[in-house]
Write a protein that binds this ligand. Sequence first.
Ligand code: ADP
Length: 635
Amino acid sequence: MPETDVKSKYEFQSEARQVLELMIHSVYSNPDIFLRELVSNASDAIDKLRIEGLSDEDLSGLAGDGRITVTLDAPGRTITVEDNGIGMSREELVSYLGTIARSGTKEFISAMRDAASTGRGDLIGQFGVGFYSSFIVAERVTVETRRAMSPEAWVWDSTGDGTFTVESGSMKGNGTRITLYIREKPKDEDAEEKDYLSKWVLRGIIKQYSDFVSYPIYMKENGHEHEEDNEPVNSMKALWIRPEDEVTKEEYDEFYRHITHDWEEPMERIVYKAEGTNEFHALLFIPSRPPMDLYYRDGRHGVQLYIRRVFIMNDCRDLIPEYMRFVKGVVDSEDLPLNVSRELLQQDRQTAMIKRGLTRKVLDSLKRMKQDKPDEYKKFWVSFGPTLKEGLISDPKNKEAILKLCLFDSSKGLRTSMEDYVSSMKDGQKNIYYLAGGTLTALAASPKLESFKKRGIEVLLLNDAVDELWAAASTNFEDRPFVSAASEDALSEEEDQVSDEEREQAKRLEDSGFVTRIKEVLSRQEGIAASIDDVKLSTRLVDSPATFVQKGDPISAQMRNMFKAMGQEAPEEKRILELNPGHPLIKKIAGESEGNNGELDLWCRVLTGLAQVSDGETVDDGRAFTEILTKLLDR
Ligand code: ADP
């Protein structure tokens, strides 16, 4: 007999087992959510059938009349949730209902354990873990299912004790029927558990959590065929069409959970109606924390598309720019044709208009959030700032608006906005200064900041990978150019007020031929020395003996490594070694090495190494570098 014909036993994956244990053994403050989760899955399954139907004629015939039926059998102590959606194949059944793929499960498990141990039962009420929530109220669950167009049906069966079985079934149509065998005794004698074997209780839960579900949910009671059974329990009213003041926060939050499967509340909600030639409604949300797939190329990015209240597709990327991929929600167009395809959307003029409108709306909402709820905005920024900043490169038209939303670290130890930066600019300061690449600690300690600090000029510290790309790309803010503090002539003449004494010191050293000798020695060295284009006495350094600056647009060592990792050639590097004429070490080297180029060779290696290390770079040959240092220190 082939293996698929017999009843096979499987073990749940370990995270699934832990979740199941929690469902079975802890007291859940809001057991009602089991029904919300099952209805939500049923609605998703019908969505999926519609989507597959778009590209598969055989399926399209099945997709027309999606419905969900909740059947109560009080004497038999069962509740059944049935849909005529996509169904599951045997492999899908084993993998989907034996593992947990959703993000944040680990956090969920530990939050549940904490809540259970501290008695803060209310915390866990908001959480749902999809299908597994069934075991909050059920002591046994069976899942009968048939994948659309498949000749075989299957039955999954488990008491949640660590294993489940799968065998062939007899279900006729496509879809899934989930039967919960309701636990006889409440887990906690004191807990007031609702009577889930009451039709009115079930109706109430469906109204409360699933009213907006866009397929009809029918309620049946075994043995009773009432007239009212022919009316769906849910209104199917699209939440995004209703005026904002007629919808409660709870309804919006439930809807958010329904479309994202997140168990937290969203951080922000955006309700938008565009009128005129291109009419659409949008209901968008910003999640409270970044989803796991934010940086996955094939992650679930984009919004749901409806056309005149009919669900068309999930994760529609053409309606919202890539740099706003953290935004979740629904867009419902009045004007797009119902038979639209992904290919068509890509070229459609109306789609582009919707995208422009939504982009502006999201930017506006973020602006308001930044003004009105600064603390919340900071949290937003930590989660999604790096993603939003990608727009500084990909969306030049909105560059200024995005810049106004940015929060940057600065050399003054502050989190600052562009407006704050500009308002605290020094008299005569023309440029906006930044230093990019590497860690925040390395940036904050860079010798390149010394002259800026001395002159009281603030420098933005840009440590996200994306920063260097936009900052160098001729960025302006309110007509002030961004200039890298690592570039050769960062400070303009009026900003760079050099004292007579500093000038004098530099001149003396210059006249002694010190710089010429260093250049000579460096020209014979390899490694880092080979990329040095020039040596200069600097007025930029205060406490450090040496640093590297660059000609043209500076590219950090981190950026060069990135080019290398991508197998690309970075632009040629032209470093300038700047030495601090007032620094005791430089004075000492100038004195001691006179007439002794061997000695100067060692010191040059030390100086270039120090300049690298102080910027968070690694020296080419760490061993050789430390040997030289040791030798010099030993003397
Ligand atoms: P989630 O819904 O968050 O993905 P669940 O544990 O609720 O997590 O479900 C796991 C998977 O099982 C779903 O993603 C879906 O593929 C499948 N599934 C659950 N319920 C159904 C259903 N009624 N019809 C078809 N597939 C389903």
